[in-house]
Design a protein around this ligand. Sequence first.
Ligand code: C2O
Ligand code: CU
Ligand code: CU
Length: 526
Amino acid sequence: MALPGNDPHPPATRRRRPRTRWAWLVVPLVLVVVAGCSVAVGGGLLLFRVWAPVSTVGTLDFANPLRVPPLAASTVDPDGTRVFALELQAGSTSFRPGPATATWGYDGSYLSPTLRAERGERVRVDVTNGVDQPTTMHWHGMHLPPSQDGGPHQPIEPGATRSPAWTVDQPAATLWFHPHPHEATGEQVQRGAAGMFLVDDPAATDRLGLPTTYGVDDVPVIVQDRTFDDDNQFGSREPLFGQMGPLGDQLLVNGTWNPHLDVGTERVRLRLLNASNARLYNFTFSDHRRFALVGTDGGLLEGPVTLDAVQLSPGERAEVVVDVAPNDRVVLRSEHVDLHGTSGDDGRFAGILDAFDVLELRAASALQPSAPLAPALATIDRPTAVPSGTTRTFRLDNNRINGQQMAMERVDEVVQAGSTEVWAITNEHNLPHSFHPHLTSFLVLDVDGTAPPRELSGWKDTVYVPPGSTIRIAIRFEDWGEPTSPSMFHCHILRHEDSGMMGQFVVVPPGGSAPGEVGHDGHAGG
Ligand code: C2O
Ligand code: CU
Ligand code: CU
């Protein structure tokens, strides 16, 4: 900044000139300008430093009954295929007092009915795009042919319908679905396009004592953070100069603001899904009561793991079973996230100090008895040694993986069907990142060379990778040899994904090779 009227020479070394009359005006003016600038710059810095952590703890009265997404209706075709239909629609939703919020949803104004199918069933979902921009429908965590997976190569144009179909063949799990259009996933998910897909496997899970009555003692808990502007529209609150994308200061659970859940049984199973764009949660109860973690992304754990907190990054799921006593009022909270290695301003701006009241559980005065949980829940076919197949490394950095940004025509990795590989994922950046491969689930082998914590002992499809850490996973590719249909791997912080932090792999038959280029599988209606 130029400071007119300032004389660089110290007074002692120069000859004094008589002060002219205008100096009496200019000197104070300069001082005022300098002072003003310092206040602005200093104030800005101060604002940067003290970006106040958000806390809704203790501020809610949980007046609204938790909305439970209805189970989607389906029909069964003569060939036995279970057929669902979903239409993505624009609408408006009343979350809070005041004007309704413009939102998107499937067969409704926000989120979606829950899809549910059994292992072994063939399913088809007729997905219609009723909004005015291209979308896709991605089945997060589903094992299915890449051409049915709804990544960015399978757009559905406005007005068109695409009908992915596959046979469900994987353990019982809490999966979900959301759009995946190139560079626009974050925006569409934030508007409300997302839903849950429950895979059942009664033969394997019927006698485990797990609560199974949907919406009663087996409840979806889809957690999303949002900001509301003065007109109650979704706003964007983006600390850290937009590097994480939106971090809201209010929570919606299944699209319910300020929610409570009436519990009439001794035990309730909560299927937690972090469907937020960027925020990590550390779920715990207000009285720090312990609960049983029974499942993660890809299915049940080998046995219940007793915890008092479970952390979920965007896209991750946890199934927890919690005991309540008659008349209990206990609040599911998210408290101080531990990013392991992200601290100071990076951590603050990634929201680690933020705290939220999520959902109040209100137990009835007389509770129906619940069965005890079985000590063994699932058998996990875990490699006894580190698989000897191909090892690949993935370096996560600022909107890049292995130094490259997503390119639709480039295949980054070629994998042989039927193989189990080791993928080593390192976060070389100072911000939180995660890793999510499509198409299959994986087991965590180690975190920085040591055995994973028990909450990472089951099937996963999305894993948080702390700054500076390396996570090695064993990842198995079944027989989906569709070499021209690439699958994605990416960071599930949606701003990062949309900014190019994504790559593509193809699965080729054993001994096969990959095409040089891959293209669209054809536009539905395009
Ligand atoms: Cu949930 Cu590729 O995404
Ligand atoms: Cu996915
Ligand atoms: Cu990231």
